[in-house]
Design a protein. Sequence first.
Length: 275
Amino acid sequence: VVALVFAVPVGVLVWHVVRQARRHGLARAWAVSLRRKGSWTASVEHLIAMRRREGIVADRNLDTGSRRRRLRETWARYALRSGERHDAEGKAKLREAAEMARPVIQSARLDFFPPEEARDIEVYDLFNDQATMLPHLVILCPISWPAMRARRAGHRSAFAVRSSFFLDMVDRSTGELVGTAGFRDLAGGVAEFGIIVRRKWQRQGFCAEAFECNVDFARTSLDCHRVAAATSDQNSAMLNFLTSRGMEVVGRHEDKGVTWVDLARDIKGLAIARQ
């Protein structure tokens, strides 16, 4: 009798947990996370971090939907909900999630991912980090959350049709966001390179590593024949960096009160110098 008294509540609790896990796709998400992270502990920490990130968004009133719907959308990026496993829309979501979760480019230390929504808040924090952005990127700092969401949504749309190629740089050893890099425009076979490296990661060779692998990718995979870039005329460090990699000044232009130096170099058939 005593065993029965304890067994019934425990059984009900287990049933409820399993039901909720199936409802939100957590069991499948956990399995996918386990395969990606390699251990039970790491997979649990991964899912907790995702839930905490969604909680931060909800607490800041940054989304318009309910917290539960936002949480479901997050899990859906890693696994299908049970009711969607076999329908066309659900399979399309899984394919899209898988594409966004794979690095497009890899270098010695960095993984370059598409602008996945799961990292929007990290990029938002990056763009509002004055130590990183100022004084040379005043046109982007500070930026509001609605403006950042619109910017990132535009990057995802452009990535899907390959009209631009903004990528999130992630340190492979820690999983931390190092910055963003890629190409603002790919028109006419000219790849316009841009990069932002967070202050704590600067002066460690990440900018050179990103430039090298991104330009190689533009030449070999995007069929680009020329790389271009623009930087503030006050940003001597970036000017020196770009010119040291063979880029030449081809002009100047004004934008929102800032004078920008335009640089370019041909890359078709050339190996990028490793410096």
